[in-house]
Design a protein around this ligand. Structure first.
Ligand SMILES: [Zn+2]
Length: 123
């Protein structure tokens, strides 16, 4: 659908996308082409301008697709990173950092432990 618009009325693509700068440039190219075709004598020049207008719009459309893809990839990368961070925080819940060192045997034991599991020291 978008390709049909670009081939026949390329300025319309910029109008739909709301890109005024592209619209002005493309409309100039398009109307030069149209004027040449209407005057018949310069119809062959019109083809050149028409090709320029179509090429201009097609180039923009392709860049738009590429930007969309880049955004999708970036979003996926951020999502993956966030999931990785989540996994890390989950891990730290499994083996909490709130451990303490037994004063008698110097082994790491749970902070809430009342008795050292290594030497039996009571807190
Ligand atoms: Zn101990």
């Amino acid at each position: 659908m978008m390709y049909l618009i670009i081939i026949f009325v390329s300025p319309l693509y910029f109008l739909i996308r709301g890109k005024i700068g592209g619209l002005i440039l493309n409309a100039i190219l398009y109307f030069i082409a149209l004027g040449c075709v209407v005057s018949l004598i310069f119809a062959w020049i019109g083809v050149i301008f028409w090709a320029l207008a179509v090429g201009h719009a097609a180039w923009h459309l392709r860049r738009e697709f590429m930007l969309e893809h880049a955004e999708m990839i970036a979003t996926k990368m951020v999502e993956a990173q966030m999931q990785g961070q989540l996994a890390q925080t989950n891990k730290s819940y499994d083996d909490p950092s709130d451990m303490k060192k037994c004063p008698m045997c110097a082994e790491m034991i749970k902070y809430e432990a009342k008795v050292c599991k290594h030497c039996g020291h009571k807190f």
